[in-house]
Write a protein that binds this ligand. Structure first.
Ligand code: GDP
Ligand code: MG
Length: 440
């Protein structure tokens, strides 16, 4: 797939910003990649629309192709959609806190129940009780008991012939009496969604009032993911999603589909049959898996970082020659603004750390930076290169253009002179010194 993509990118011409044609061309392949990753068709469509809105007209970082730029934007939108933050299981309620596991048969509910129990006990020191409410599948309750012994977490004793509600009641009563912090309710599944299953889940919910209802779904779930997540969310009301079998071949497009239709966070990832194979959700990891283009994303990020470094190097070279005109100041102010402070590009310039105090004293806050740039931008290129040209009449013209007072221009010019002197003392004054090296 990556080969196919690079072919498309090669055909795209390099431009300053992304045109609609660039984006549409790249989106064709992106759409295919998402479908191959099992993202549901409807989700692919609305996702592509979102990307198009964001991408058309966006700037292309130098040394990457428009197609690569689109991939980076797709990646960003993907991460936003998946949810940028990791949300842990919420236990902030009066104990015993009930957590209900729901999902289709074979999704991994029982396995995940035991994994979560182990984690809550070991990492959070919680007293955990597990109960299997699966009376459909023979030996389902025994399966949980076996896992319970394995992870050394208590399971509710099995009583034959009880309904799921009766088991849930027994579990909650036992937990209250014996002082457990958390009760994990493992429920029955079906091979497909049906009304009796949904009714059973709704009944258990209204009885046990779980604080968390986690939908457990297989990473290989394809087009069904939308219907699955929607049904469980509408009928039962899920609070989060656990995606299992991420150790397999599935590319996990179900994560995007389910998150998109429910807006509920993906809380955990199952990545194996072992009891420790439970990972925190990482949007970047899932995005890489779905898109399969982590390399391109890294490339664009590297290119963007390289440009900042290149600009810093150029600036350093000029400063080393003792040159620091108003255009340089304007560029620096733009960089400062873009990077949100002096920690960024200015920090990259050797020797600049010493200057920071001076700059701080000059009181460069954000609105001032904007005003100063506006003043410089109202000058002609010659004036920017040679501030000596700026006599009274020119200053008046610039003040009118920038909506500023002449005093403000004088203040800016004075400040520039101080900075230029400082630059000179760091640069030309010390050939072979720090600045000289940076310029080579
Ligand atoms: P349930 O019917 O939803 O309770 O599903 P189970 O917990 O019984 O799991 C069904 C099968 O999937 C078992 O053989 C599990 O070992 C396996 N399984 C569960 N989670 C994972 C996972 O994250 N990765 C892999 N490879 N297998 C899993
Ligand atoms: Mg089960």
């Amino acid at each position: 797939l990556s080969d196919k993509l690079s072919a498309v990118f090669d055909r795209l011409t390099r431009r300053g910003s992304l045109t609609e044609a660039d984006v549409n061309e790249a989106l064709k392949e992106i759409r295919r990649a998402l479908l191959e990753a099992d993202v549901a068709l409807d989700v692919v469509r609305s996702f592509a629309d979102k990307v198009r809105d964001r991408a058309v007209g966006a700037g292309v970082v130098k040394s990457v192709s428009p197609g690569q730029m689109v991939v980076k934007i797709v990646n960003d939108v993907l991460i936003e959609t998946l949810g940028e933050t990791t949300e842990a299981i919420d236990l902030a309620a009066k104990p015993p806190v009930a957590i209900m596991m729901v999902g289709l048969q074979g999704a991994g509910k029982t396995t995940t129940t035991a994994k979560i129990a182990k984690r809550l006990k070991e990492r959070h020191g919680k007293g955990v009780l597990m109960a299997s409410l699966d009376v459909k599948r023979p030996a389902a309750q025994e399966q949980l008991a076996v896992l319970g012994r394995q992870v050394e977490v208590d399971t509710l004793p099995i009583v034959a012939g009880q309904t799921p509600i009766q088991i849930a009641r027994r579990a909650m009563e036992a937990a209250r009496l014996e002082g457990y912090d958390v009760v994990l309710l493992d429920t029955a599944g079906r091979t497909h969604i049906d009304e009796p299953l949904m009714q059973e889940m709704a009944d258990i919910k209204s009885y046990a009032s779980p604080h968390e209802i986690l939908l457990v779904a297989d990473a290989l779930t394809g087009q069904d993911a939308v219907n699955l997540a929607k049904s469980f969310d509408e009928r039962v009301g899920i609070t989060g999603i656990v995606l299992t079998r991420m150790d397999g071949d599935g590319r996990g497009g179900a994560a995007l589909s389910m998150r998109h239709v429910t807006g509920k966070p993906i809380k955990l990832i199952g990545a194996g049959e072992k009891m420790d194979a439970l990972d925190e959700f990482s949007p970047q990891r899932i995005a890489n898996r779905i898109l399969g283009m982590g390399d391109i994303v890294a490339l664009v990020e590297k290119a963007a970082a390289a440009i900042d470094a290149e600009e810093a190097r150029k600036a350093a070279a000029r400063i080393a020659k003792g040159k620091f005109d108003l255009q340089d100041l304007c560029d620096q102010l733009a960089q400062v603004e873009k990077l949100g402070g002096f920690g960024g590009i200015m920090g990259l310039l050797p020797g600049v750390a010493k200057m920071k105090d001076q700059i701080a004293k000059a009181n460069l806050d954000e609105s001032l930076i904007k005003r100063q740039r506006a003043i410089i931008l109202s000058m002609t290129p010659q004036e920017r290169r040679n501030p000596d040209l700026l006599k009274a009449s020119r200053k008046k013209r610039i003040a009118a253009g920038a909506g500023a007072k002449v005093e403000e221009i004088n203040k800016l010019l004075k400040q520039h002179r101080q900075m230029a002197d400082l630059m000179k003392s760091f640069g030309a004054g010390k050939r072979g010194g720090l600045m000289g090296k940076a310029a080579q």
